[in-house]
Ligand binder design. Structure first.
Ligand SMILES: C[S@@+](CC[C@H](N)C(=O)[O-])C[C@H]1O[C@@H](n2cnc3c(N)ncnc32)[C@H](O)[C@@H]1O
Length: 235
């Protein structure tokens, strides 16, 4: 598609400014099975939470650059980022996927089965924090994961970071979704924030400050989707 003089996006295009351009540049490489999963999620409550194709592309690229084999996912929902990860890691790779909501996971499960990647997934229906603590009880789990994707409750972000820094290997990566929180992290007063964004606004602002000063990780805050912070463990 040729560049246009008009700005025509209310959707996911962000700085691309045009949904047509977004569809031309970001969506064509998306696997058909991921499109099917997104379509199947469309009528499920809160379907806007499904990871977008451009964010998915970045996750898949990082997984490949890292040669990640063992990964952790906190916040599965209907399974877009989970299926994407399972399609990207090697045949003998493994994902520990944690979510409190099994019902949502089961919306995506038929597509995971259809893609023949279910054997790579250990889905754990639980609050994420106790699962991470349990993993850390076994010393063999320390520093053995190549990648972790965090896309769940914001109140626990600092707790997740503390645990994941021990579970992910040196040079491995933790990726946090929603770190720009709809752009509201730039606001100084939470009363200006739309109601949907208000409850976790403070958590997100505090987490960003904490990560910016964390000497244990290299970071990049990417203005993609709702904002994604990529952290690479240094020590
Ligand atoms: C934004 S959605 C995840 C979207 C998913 N990554 C995708 O690609 O579609 C957030 C998910 O986090 C889950 N969640 C929220 N708090 C949680 C917690 N404390 N422990 C585990 N899962 C949690 C919710 O049930 C929800 O399914």
């Amino acid at each position: 598609m040729e560049p246009t003089a008009e700005i025509v996006s209310d959707g996911p295009a962000g700085l691309l400014q045009s949904d047509d351009l977004y569809n031309d540049l970001c969506v064509p490489r998306e696997a058909e099975i991921l499109k099917e999963l997104t379509d199947a999620s469309a009528n499920y409550p809160l379907s806007f939470m499904v990871t977008s194709p451009d964010s998915g592309q970045l996750i898949a690229l990082l997984l490949k650059l890292l040669n990640a084999k063992k990964t952790i996912e906190i916040g599965v929902f209907t399974g877009y980022s989970l299926l994407l990860t399972a399609l990207t890691i090697p045949q003998d790779g493994n994902i520990i996927a944690i979510d409190v909501d099994r019902e949502a996971y089961e919306i995506g499960l038929p597509f995971i089965k259809k893609a023949n990647v279910e054997h790579k997934i250990d889905f754990i229906e639980s609050q994420a924090l106790p699962v991470l603590d349990k993993l850390l009880e076994n010393q063999e789990n320390e520093s053995c994961f190549g990648f972790a994707f965090v896309d769940a409750d914001k109140a626990n972000l600092k707790n997740y970071h503390e645990r994941l820094l021990r579970l992910v290997r040196v040079g491995g990566t933790i990726m946090y979704d929603n770190t720009l929180w709809g752009g509201t992290v730039a606001l100084s007063d939470p009363s200006c924030v739309v109601p949907l964004r208000q409850s976790a606004w403070k958590d997100m602002v505090e987490f960003n400050k904490m990560i910016a000063g964390d000497p244990w990780v290299d970071i990049s805050l990417v203005a993609l989707g709702d904002g994604m912070t990529i952290c690479r463990r240094i020590y």
